[in-house]
Design a protein around this ligand. Structure first.
Ligand code: FE2
Ligand code: FE2
Length: 175
């Protein structure tokens, strides 16, 4: 694996974990006003996980002197809005949003794990991503369990969120 590919991996994961943290921040800011205790605690647990992921990628960006994506402020704002709007809509929207995001991240981290395994280098990064991947899959499962029946509109919402995440991933590797 060459240096620039490694930088892309860390750059996009750093962006994604910040995005995820912002989504949960938006969700929790609204839930703290209107939400029920149970949903708040579910989301808080997930948000704690994301904080740990962000911390590790902040460290990697700094230690390896990698330029973060120029669009970080945009992803943070978009993530926050998405989380807040989902929470304003309903608990179901929060869970659909979480499932959508985590499905994309699940696939994204799976692909990276495969790529890093094949390269045979970057053992410690590989281990971090494996650990984080397992936690993202857990978030995905929780969202699915907490979700009610999904309406056609919610299905469209889910697709839109997934397309948004995939686009953000593509852009953040490079820019
Ligand atoms: Fe994460
Ligand atoms: Fe997550």
């Amino acid at each position: 694996m060459n240096k620039s590919r490694l930088e892309e991996i860390i750059r996009v994961d750093h962006a994604g974990e910040h995005g995820a943290t912002s989504i949960y921040k938006g969700t929790l800011d609204i839930l703290n006003l209107f939400g029920d205790k149970e949903t708040i605690s579910i989301i808080q647990d997930m948000a704690e996980g994301e904080k740990k992921h962000v911390k590790e990628f902040n460290r990697l960006i700094k230690d390896k002197s990698i330029r973060p994506t120029a669009l970080l402020p945009i992803w943070k704002m978009a993530g926050y809005s998405l989380g807040a709007l989902s929470a304003i809509h309903s608990k179901n929207a929060i869970m659909v949003c979480t499932e959508a995001v985590e499905e994309v991240i699940d696939k994204h981290y799976s692909d990276q794990i495969e790529e890093l395994e094949q390269s045979g280098k970057e053992e410690s990064l590989l281990n971090s991503i494996r650990e984080f991947h397992a936690e993202e899959v857990e978030h995905e499962m929780i969202a699915r369990e907490e979700m009610d029946e999904i309406s056609p509109i919610m299905n469209i919402f889910k697709d839109v969120v997934k397309i948004g995440c995939k686009t953000a991933i593509k852009i953040s590797e490079k820019i």
